[in-house]
Design a protein around this ligand. Structure first.
Ligand SMILES: Nc1ncnc2c1ncn2[C@@H]1O[C@H](COP(=O)(O)OP(=O)(O)OP(=O)(O)O)[C@@H](O)[C@H]1O
Ligand SMILES: *[C@@H]1O[C@H](CO)[C@@H](O)[C@H](O)[C@H]1NC(C)=O
Ligand SMILES: *[C@@H]1O[C@H](CO)[C@@H](O)[C@H](O)[C@H]1NC(C)=O
Ligand SMILES: *[C@@H]1O[C@H](CO)[C@@H](O)[C@H](O)[C@H]1NC(C)=O
Ligand SMILES: *[C@@H]1O[C@H](CO)[C@@H](O)[C@H](O)[C@H]1NC(C)=O
Ligand SMILES: *[C@@H]1O[C@H](CO)[C@@H](O)[C@H](O)[C@H]1NC(C)=O
Length: 312
């Protein structure tokens, strides 16, 4: 069946607001002091991944519950490149995270609020016309594991009855028991270094070799390991790896993960082999780490695709 837009992706996850205070040192209780910089920005893994995909020129929809309050318009504006028409407005405060960065050693202290925002339910998902999508990516939220598994089962059912099945990916980040059930649900699984360590494995090879047994047959397991690069196991064959591509100077590592995940999705969606996709993702996220924001990354990706003879 022909898709209306062959590049369309749906991301399912959280949209929230981050308030980031960068301080010379961790603040002392009951004092009144200045900080270096305070900024507000959109956040949430689902929101960030969809945002980076849109920066790369992909047409992407985000399915999320959009909270209300003063920050709602601000957050929607900073997500203007992502299509939010499938998302739902709910009358609960927008989830907000307060991040205190201690500039001495970069430590991040994070306070979350907004637990009253309802999680997405299967009913919210079944309204979606699945024929519009080639790929659906899930933020593997521990507080919503059951609903996410139901949504994935719904896609699987759809996939059984079509010649054009949707590829499902999920990210497994936190050190929580509740998210282990996600391993065997997706075609492409992103697992974090922290989650690998949570299972007691100390290297990405060891982690992948063992955790691949939790995935469904034919799945791809991908693990980024900070400045060491990234590793992945294809459906058949040995583990592949890519080194990191460090920039001349590290400017901003926030957002390296989004860039890496989004580049992998972008590249795999265009049937680029796993090894080459990993290499491109490490190059693009390495470039990201060397700058603030995402400008110029789209041109770099397009360059790699043209050089490798891929038609987009
Ligand atoms: N300091 C660095 N130098 C070069 N490349 C880096 C650096 N940090 C991250 N990267 C690149 O970004 C990719 C993803 O980084 P990382 O493993 O830190 O992701 P993450 O933990 O998911 O990030 P986040 O903190 O954004 O959630 C790495 O595989 C690597 O290619
Ligand atoms: C989301 O992106 C913003 C930049 O727009 C960044 O500051 C923040 O750390 C990112 N959050 C996550 C969870 O990656
Ligand atoms: C968002 O998607 C809807 C359909 O899902 C479409 O009608 C609308 O034009 C899209 N908006 C943008 C800005 O592309
Ligand atoms: C960062 O420095 C503070 C002291 O300012 C210390 O208490 C804290 O443990 C350090 N954190 C890390 C992650 O090194
Ligand atoms: C679902 O989307 C497909 C592809 O865009 C379209 O052909 C079909 O008419 C849509 N179905 C409904 C019920 O809107
Ligand atoms: C990318 O995937 C990794 C591995 O699961 C995860 O730790 C990270 O938070 C993801 N980043 C985003 C923005 O989804």
């Amino acid at each position: 069946m022909e898709k209306s837009n062959p590049k369309r992706i749906l991301v399912v996850g959280l949209l929230c607001v981050d308030i980031i205070a960068e301080c010379d040192s961790y603040p002392i209780e009951d004092t009144d002091q200045r900080c270096r910089e305070m900024r507000k920005q959109k956040g949430g893994n689902g929101a960030n991944t969809s945002y980076v995909l849109a920066e790369f020129g992909i047409s992407v929809d985000l399915l999320t519950n959009i909270g209300s309050g003063n920050d709602m318009e601000f957050v929607k504006m900073s997500m203007s490149s992502v299509n939010l028409s499938k998302s739902l407005h709910v009358n609960e405060p927008m989830p907000t995270s307060l991040v205190i960065i201690n500039a001495q050693n970069g430590s991040r202290t994070i306070l979350h609020s907004g637990q009253s925002l309802p999680e997405l339910k299967l009913d919210d998902f079944t309204r979606i016309n699945l024929s519009e999508y080639r790929w659906i990516h899930f933020e593997g939220r521990s507080s919503n594991a059951e609903n996410i598994c139901e949504m994935i089962a719904f896609i699987r059912h759809f996939n059984h009855n079509t010649e054009d099945p949707i590829i499902i990916s999920i990210e497994i980040e936190k050190c929580r028991e509740e998210i282990i059930c996600f391993f065997d649900k997706a075609d492409v699984v992103f697992v974090s270094k922290d989650h690998v360590k949570f299972h007691g494995y100390h290297t990405p090879e060891d982690g992948i070799q063992n955790l691949i047994t939790k995935c469904k047959p034919g799945a791809t397991l991908i693990c980024a390991w900070g400045d060491k690069g990234a590793w992945a196991k294809p459906p058949s064959g040995e583990i592949v790896k890519s080194s990191a591509y460090p920039p001349k100077k590290v400017i901003d590592t926030l957002g390296a993960g989004d860039t890496f995940n989004a580049t992998m999705i972008y590249s795999l969606m265009q049937n680029i082999p796993l090894q080459q996709s990993l290499d491109i993702a490490c190059r693009i996220s390495g470039a990201k780490v060397g700058q603030k924001g995402y400008h110029g990354l789209r041109e770099q990706i397009e360059d790699y695709f043209i050089k490798s003879g891929c038609v987009m």
